[in-house]
Design a protein around this ligand. Structure first.
Ligand code: NDP
Length: 318
């Protein structure tokens, strides 16, 4: 039978390129989990994805209710679940004020981390039931959350501190109630994104420690390269959006096309050689995959455990 993969945020950028790459092999049925049904359907057609190779299902990661409804809808479809890809993200580098999810959590961490945390926890049961030879749970990471790299040292740097803001509920309702930032500091949209990516990488490793041995599921994260052309930068200032792609192409040489990045993520989904669990994949200049090192914070097991436990409370699992 075909493998069944759920890709969140498959309506643009990396998610769409991955959905297309997997659907084209004829070996995967792609469930595109998207907040804008029409946009996703139009994007899939424009990308030339064959009818019947995918299903769009509504999912808004900024609402815990929507996530639970998505899981119900998916289960009612009666398909097995073989691979889950937590790909969707928002990045608000120029935002001066935080915005909040339906449940009152700062948007970047709320969508990128907390939403995916609940989704992955609920769907673990489904992955566990599948009889597919290699079941995988993949959470997108990023170089920008890793302070052991050059890109990760561009201020504002990621840093979760002692997690006091997360513990207080990321509500940003003034000093007495709590901050919108995980470390309890002043709101900074770029830092909130980087912090959310650190949470993504910590969560993948915590999943691995808690569930790999028992379930045999492969847990993995990756940095697909700098895909400077995606919608992720849509909220950035126009000059940045103009100069960022050529800067990445010619100066840092970290530029990767959406198509190439989609092939990379598709490899992490289906390549028989990428079954190792607990790993953060990257690609070298010749587009060969290798196991990359995470920063001290992004690989700290104690922090991973605390983020896991605090996140459980915020999404209503504890
Ligand atoms: P895009 O902005 O192109 O895609 C992000 C996707 O997430 C879109 O489909 C968007 O939906 C969706 N999304 C946003 N908010 C929600 C929500 N509340 N509920 C459901 N879906 C939502 O970005 P990229 O393709 O670049 O990013 C994909 C992943 O790759 C992210 O995890 C990012 O951190 C990671 N990454 C990207 C890099 C890059 O250079 N671009 C580098 C390293 C990692 P909609 O279409 O409706 O807006």
């Amino acid at each position: 039978r075909k493998g069944v993969v759920i890709v969140t945020g498959a309506s643009s950028g990396l998610g769409l390129a991955t959905a297309k790459a997997l659907a084209e092999t004829g070996r995967w049925h792609v469930v595109m989990a998207c907040r804008d049904f029409l946009k996703a359907e139009t994007a899939a057609r424009a990308a030339g994805m064959a009818r019947g190779s995918y299903t769009v299902v509504h999912l808004d990661l900024a609402s815990l209710d929507s996530i639970r409804q998505f899981v119900d809808s998916f289960r009612r479809m009666g398909m097995p679940l073989d691979v889950l890809v937590c790909n969707a993200a928002i990045y608000r580098p120029t935002a001066r004020q935080p915005t909040f999810t339906a449940d009152g959590y700062e948007m970047s961490v709320g969508v990128n981390h907390l939403g995916h945390f609940l989704l992955a926890r609920l769907l673990l049961e489904d992955l566990n039931k599948s009889d597919y030879p290699s079941r995988r749970l993949i959470i997108l990471g990023s170089i920008t959350g890793n302070t052991n790299t050059l890109a990760g040292n561009v201020p504002p740097k990621a840093g979760l501190g002692d997690l006091r803001g997360l513990a207080a509920g990321l509500s940003g309702q003034g000093a007495s109630v709590g901050s919108a930032m995980i470390d309890g500091g002043q709101f900074d949209g770029a830092k909130a994104y980087k912090d959310s990516k650190v949470c993504n990488m910590l969560t993948m490793q915590e999943f691995h420690r808690r569930y790999h041995e028992e379930t045999g599921i492969t847990f993995a994260s990756l940095y697909p390269g700098c895909i400077a052309t995606t919608g992720l930068f849509r909220e950035h200032i126009p000059l940045f959006r103009l100069l960022f792609p050529p800067f990445q192409k010619f100066v840092t040489k970290g530029f990767v096309s959406e198509e190439e990045s989609g092939k990379r993520l598709a490899q992490v989904v289906s390549d028989p050689s990428l079954t190792k669990s607990g790993v953060y994949w990257s690609w070298n200049k010749d587009s060969a995959s290798f196991e990359n090192q995470l920063s001290k914070e992004a690989s700290d097991p104690e922090k991973a455990r605390k983020v896991w436990e605090l996140s459980e409370k915020l999404v209503g699992l504890a």
